[in-house]
Design a protein around this ligand. Structure first.
Ligand SMILES: [Zn+2]
Length: 95
């Protein structure tokens, strides 16, 4: 099963959605649990990025599922590995 590419207009729209919801609910980073300054924009390290709760690698069909998106700092997202598909944020029971 191939992983859908996370790019283009769809990824941009997903980020806008995650940022809007994160800002409204004052959601912290799902990786480090610290607050996110939603006024920062890409490519600022502390800006909001889309983290897939269930990794795209293991759950490629959830790539475009909004309920699988949570905000994470861009730096945290990057630290999780190349791309955002290495399973950071996956809870233990998912494994
Ligand atoms: Zn973080």
């Amino acid at each position: 099963m191939s992983i859908p590419a996370w790019s283009g207009r769809r990824a941009g729209e997903a980020l806008l959605k995650v940022k809007a919801e994160g800002r409204r609910k004052d959601k912290p980073c799902i990786i480090c649990k610290q607050g996110i300054d939603y006024s920062l924009t890409y490519p600022h390290e502390q800006s909001c990025s889309v983290q897939h709760v269930k990794s795209r690698k293991l759950y490629p069909h959830l790539t475009w599922e909004p309920s699988n998106w949570e905000p994470a700092h861009l730096s945290c997202n990057k630290a999780a590995g190349p791309g955002e598909d290495l399973g950071m944020g996956v809870t233990s029971e998912d494994w």
